[in-house]
Design a protein around this ligand. Structure first.
Ligand code: CMC
Length: 442
């Protein structure tokens, strides 16, 4: 399929023609079809052919890259990683296998999986000097602030994996980030408690290791609950990748200039932190605590509907899903399972969340705008039940999403069509004007 914009009257098939109503000029653009999802208009030649840019703040109608990793059908509520439905991965797979799938495109054989798990496990320690780096933060620093700083600083500790033109170094950097992220996250938490950092243990799996580093102390043995480890592994799967969301697009944009992978992932963590994205899980729990009791739900729902009030129901709505977020459905199931297995009956926050969900899903405002609970709506309740403090919720999201970021970053670096990301703008400021000397300004 050709990519050239064509001037003229006759349009080839699989193309779209735009007509300038003032001049009558017609320009035709090719239409590309991916393996799934809506077709896209290839406008790469638009500026050359028309002297015009497109205007699309928030990229609501813009595809920024070609990708083979994750597919979402927001109307149908479908999420596929490398073609496999998230429901099947959550039911039958584990996080390490999903990491392999995202990175390499296929599920591993038993031998490939063993080798991968071994490699990740043996990269979980961090440079000892990072202790001192973390010690430089205030004790009350938000763990996401520590994550942004420490992950960015990894490029200063691992010089031997920052040459992005070398596929081996790219893979070493990717393994390092997947492996070290739980260690850094757990240490950010330990630092806030004033407890000693706990080192990773190679006899534990990924989720168990994270729990161990979060909750063990050198003073006594710590028994890891298999229920909690399995629930955490499932949560990691559900957050592993999500196509071209804000943080992934940030990673790609930062990486498009050739920046090193550690710096790019730090940029992704910064983007994830916001309450409209990964910060929503923390915001949901804070909101549920603020609502406090079911009889105040109506008040908060009304507030969320007021156009001049910035308050939004956290954990509701999604740019792509206009149907139930499939991850939210799985998270909701997990939430009930975990609370049951842990013997937490009648958890008031879960009851409040379910009542809020019921009321919002029946409300005309939410129905009309197709605002459904998203993945963050239920995750905080599970995190709370398994003993993760609220300030660590978004950090957990970052730990899980690291594999998605590195898979997308690798794909971008290997893409022959990759260019530095450089959007244009609709300028509405002053036209050129003459400088006014200080004495003449009134
Ligand atoms: N509460 C109340 N109204 C909402 C909400 C909400 N949570 N979400 C969207 N709306 C309204 C919005 O005001 C707008 O109304 P109108 O058409 O009258 O102006 C309409 O719904 C469309 O919303 P939008 O802001 O144009 O949609 P968007 O695609 O730009 O934003 C969103 C998507 C996720 C940022 C937004 O729904 C939101 O802020 N939700 C709450 C935060 C949240 O839960 N974020 C987690 C997202 S999923 C996980 C992740 O990405 O990390």
């Amino acid at each position: 399929m050709g990519n050239d914009a064509i001037r003229g009257d006759t349009a080839p098939e699989d193309s779209i023609t735009i007509v300038n109503n003032a001049s009558g000029d017609k320009v035709t653009f090719p239409i590309l079809q991916g393996s799934c999802g809506p077709r896209v208009i290839d406008i790469r030649k638009l500026y050359g052919a028309t002297d015009m840019f497109t205007y699309d703040p928030g990229f609501t109608a813009t595809g920024s890259c070609e990708s083979k990793i994750t597919f979402i059908d927001g109307e149908a509520g479908i999420l596929l990683h490398r073609g496999y439905p998230i429901e099947e991965l959550a039911a039958h797979s584990d996080f390490m296998e999903v990491c392999y799938l995202l990175l390499y495109g296929e599920l591993p054989t038993a031998g490939q999986k063993d080798k991968f798990v071994h490699a990740i496990t043996h990269h979980t320690m961090v440079h000892e000097q990072l202790h001192k780096f973390i010690d430089g933060f205030r004790r009350d620093a938000h763990p996401m602030a520590i994550m942004c700083g420490v992950v960015g600083a990894l490029s200063a500790f691992y010089h031997d994996s920052t040459d992005i033109s070398d596929p081996y170094q790219r893979m070493v950097a990717s393994y390092r980030m997947i492996a070290k992220m739980p260690t850094i996250a757990a240490w950010a938490f330990k630092y806030s408690l004033g407890q000693p950092f706990i080192y990773p243990r190679n006899n534990l799996n990924y989720a168990e290791n994270f729990i161990h580093m979060m909750f063990a102390t050198p003073a006594e043995d710590y028994e890891i609950s298999p229920v909690i480890a399995r629930a955490l592994d499932r949560i990691l799967i559900l957050h592993a990748d999500h196509e071209q969301n804000a943080s992934t697009s940030t990673v790609r944009l930062a990486g498009s200039s050739g920046a090193n992978p550690f710096a790019c992932i730090a940029a992704g963590i910064a983007s994830l932190w916001g309450p409209a994205h990964g910060g929503a899980n923390e915001a949901v729990l804070n909101m549920l605590n603020e609502i406090g009791s079911p009889n105040r739900i109506g008040e908060f729902v009304e507030k969320a509907k007021k156009p001049d009030d910035p308050f939004r129901l956290m954990g509701f709505g999604h740019r792509v899903y206009k149907n139930f977020d499939p991850r939210a459905r799985l998270m909701r199931e997990s939430c009930h399972e975990v609370l049951n297995e842990l013997g937490v009956e009648n958890e008031p926050l879960l009851e409040l969340a379910m009542e809020l969900e019921r009321i919002a899903l029946e409300d005309e405002y939410f129905v009309q705008r197709r605002l459904y609970p998203n993945v963050d709506f239920y995750s905080g309740i599970i995190f709370k039940a398994i003993g993760i403090p609220v300030s660590m919720f978004t950090v957990l999201f970052a730990v899980a999403r690291t594999v998605g970021w590195v898979a997308q970053w690798n794909e971008m670096v290997e893409d022959p069509n990759q260019k530095i990301g450089r959007p244009r703008q609709l300028y509405t400021g002053y036209e050129q004007r003459a400088y006014v000397p200080l004495a003449e300004r009134g």
